[in-house]
Design a protein around this ligand. Structure first.
Ligand code: AMP
Length: 448
């Protein structure tokens, strides 16, 4: 049997309900904030990622799926979306109509990391990117949007870590000081850090090797070296977040794994899935557009890990169900749906058929087919079954699917023009005729 490649997986129908609901909630939210969707290719020229993410990052050094195509061009499956969105912004000269562009995109990314729970080689991200705004208000607003998304999904605790990485003005001084510090700690640093430190000392702050982490606890931080522009910018981001009651922690170790960031960077951390991991991350990348041969324009964005977000939301829904099961006296439909999340819960609720048609006989099977097609076209969820099994076993199937009504149609009933329709909740039975299914069923479902 052929199976999926390691680190790749199927998202099965029982999960896609949740994924679609999250995606819809996110896209509605983005649209509320004036974002438009962009769809970008899954494959790009390798150079795009090498130049933007940075040659000395984990992603570019070890994780990209890169291969020559049949003509020898070097191609890469996208490991992230920002570089492609920036390429698109430049290629289509989007800034010429309005330098401010707010874009979002949802789709798969590819990184050859070691697979484990919450980490895949094909994973999905929800991305937002804003071009043309230098104001710190947009930095704060992106974090506010993440906060609001969490609320609309019914999640409460958003742990936002924020930092400022400085800019082209103040970073060189900081890097010099960091390099002096690193030179004094050489014997404790891993091979990777030793190799990268001269070219890109900031990367060492991102190293996960325990001995490096320990050696770097007292490392100088960017926050101590911000120029007045960067410092004012960061102060405004913090004060606005405070005023809007968005919780955050300043984390001077947060440098993120990509080179293009400047000024504000942020990550949303969670312990909901066991060990602490990031469910979203982002930041400002004011120099990137120019570096990719575009105009001098500001940029900022974030990426949410959809696989992890879906796990967290699934866990929350489970917790709510468990609570409800413990409290059995409560009437149905009164689970503790968190404030602001009712739209999401409506999207995620299991959609069972309005009607299940049980045909008993040859003529009945044809009627079941005609009726169900007509009803489906009229947006009435109808299922049927052509297997020819007994009434009893098909009633069982209707029960399992949780159908609201069952229509029992035998050849004789069709001849007599009197089919039995049963309300599965009240057990009441009605007779309906063999014509005009849409009208009759709609009336019953109180749709007209
Ligand atoms: P990054 O682009 O590395 O900042 O990642 C943004 C978010 O994508 C992270 O916070 C994770 O939630 C998610 N993510 C990154 N890599 C993976 C992966 N290999 N598998 C699943 N999710 C990932």
């Amino acid at each position: 049997m052929i199976q999926t490649i390691r680190g790749f997986r199927d998202i099965l129908p029982e999960d896609t309900v949740l994924w679609q609901a999250i995606e819809k909630t996110a896209s509605n939210l983005f649209e509320d904030f004036g974002f438009q969707e962009i769809r970008i290719p899954i494959m790009e020229k390798t150079e795009l990622f090498a130049r933007s993410i940075g040659e000395t990052t984990d992603i570019v050094e070890k994780e990209m799926y890169t291969f020559p195509d049949r003509k020898g061009d070097k191609l890469t499956l996208r490991p992230e979306a920002t570089a492609s969105v920036v390429r698109s912004y430049i290629q289509h000269n989007m800034g010429s109509s309005d330098p401010v562009q707010k874009l979002y995109t949802i789709g798969p990314m590819f990184r050859r990391e070691r697979p484990q729970k919450g980490r895949y080689r094909q994973f999905y991200q929800i991305n937002a990117e804003v071009f043309g705004i230098s104001s710190p208000y947009i930095d704060a607003q992106l974090i506010l949007i993440l906060n609001e998304l969490f609320k609309r999904l019914g999640l409460s605790e958003l742990d936002a870590h924020i930092n400022s990485l400085g800019c082209r003005e103040c970073r060189p001084d900081f890097q010099k000081e960091l390099l002096i510090f690193l030179n004094g700690k050489k014997e404790h640093l891993c091979e990777n850090c030793l190799r990268r430190m001269d070219k890109n000392p900031l990367r060492t702050l991102d190293c996960k090797v325990p001995s490096c982490r320990e050696a770097l606890v007292d490392a100088p931080s960017t926050l101590g070296h911000l120029c007045s522009g960067c410092s004012d910018h960061f102060e405004t981001v913090k004060s606005v977040l405070k005023e809007q009651s968005v919780d955050f922690t300043v984390d001077k170790t947060l440098v993120r794994g990509l080179d293009y960031y400047s000024r504000t960077t942020f990550e949303i951390l969670t312990t909901a899935l066991g060990a602490q991991s990031a469910v979203a991350g982002g930041g400002r990348y004011d120099a990137l557009i120019k570096e990719l041969d575009g105009p001098e324009t500001y940029g900022i964005g974030f990426a949410i890990g959809l696989d992890r977000l879906a796990d967290i939301v699934a866990q929350m829904i489970n917790d709510i169900k468990m609570k409800k099961a413990e409290n059995t006296d409560r009437p149905e439909g009164t689970e503790d749906i968190p404030k602001n999340a009712s739209d999401f819960f409506r999207l995620v609720s299991v959609k069972s058929p309005d009607l299940f048609i049980i045909p008993l006989g040859e003529k009945a099977a044809r009627l079941a087919y005609m009726w169900s097609s007509e009803l489906n076209i009229a947006r009435i969820r109808t299922e049927t079954d052509y297997s020819g099994r007994s009434l009893k076993s098909l009633m069982k199937r209707a029960d399992k699917l949780n159908a609201a009504y069952v229509l029992i149609a035998g050849d004789q009933e069709i001849e007599d023009n009197a089919l039995v329709l049963r309300d599965m909740k009240t057990k009441e039975q009605y007779f309906v005729t063999a014509e005009n299914p849409v009208e009759q069923i709609e009336t019953l479902l109180n749709r007209v």
